[in-house]
Design a protein around this ligand. Structure first.
Ligand code: ZN
Length: 213
């Protein structure tokens, strides 16, 4: 399995393509592709590597993570998946955009909602959904434990954590999510791919993250 990171849109958000180099099946995690340049970059990468997108998954419903959902939906016509508890946030994307001066139309409706019972198959791997509320009510991590890789959205960052001052955010809930669902449940050598900034590991954050001391 391979991970390709695209830093996109005015929020410098990480959009990921996670794919199997054998079967060429891939998924897009948080399609934030906003400009034509960013959209072309994605298409060229997929074409050059012969990748066929199977799912579009949003780690949560904040504007920066869903900005390219309409584009991705038109391009790939594959299921859009998001946790139920962030549906209302997702539907309010045009309103969220206004706060930042970004004009965005109503987003394509998700095809299904995710919960912890869901398994996403990609190549021969099975990806788990882990509900990590706090940054938003329906925030999720997408975990491929066979590869020791977790896409954690804005739950935790290298040496930081997600904001909790946005609608639906709650500090205590976020800290609890990180402690129970990440620190207590994942091996130290699991790599975390967050929604912003560089990747890190569970072990490094346990040792060094100032918000979890
Ligand atoms: Zn967010």
């Amino acid at each position: 399995m391979r991970t390709k990171t695209f830093v996109v849109n005015p929020f410098r958000m990480n959009s990921y393509v996670y794919y199997c180099e054998n079967t060429h099946e891939g998924m897009i995690i948080d399609p934030g592709f906003y400009t034509i340049y960013e959209q072309d970059e994605l298409i060229n990468f997929l074409n050059n590597n012969n990748i066929k997108i199977k799912y579009i998954v949003n780690t949560h419903g904040h504007i920066d993570h869903v900005l390219g959902n309409a584009f991705a939906d038109e391009q790939f016509r594959v299921p859009i998946l998001i946790h139920n508890d962030d549906l209302s946030l997702y539907k309010r994307a045009p309103e969220q955009g206004l706060l930042y001066g970004i004009k965005i139309n109503e987003l394509p409706a998700p095809d299904d909602s995710l919960n912890e019972k869901c398994i996403l198959k990609l190549g021969s791997n099975e990806l788990k959904i882990i509900h990590t509320p706090g940054h938003s009510p329906g925030g999720i991590c997408i975990a491929d434990f066979s590869e020791k890789i977790v896409f954690c959205g804005d739950t935790i960052f290298k040496l930081s954590i997600g904001r909790t001052d946005l609608p639906g955010g709650d500090y205590d809930t976020l800290i609890k999510s990180i402690k129970t669902k990440i620190f207590d449940s994942m091996d130290d050598d699991v790599t975390l791919y967050p929604g912003h900034m560089e990747s890190t590991t569970v072990g490094f954050e346990k040792e060094n993250n100032p918000f979890l001391k």
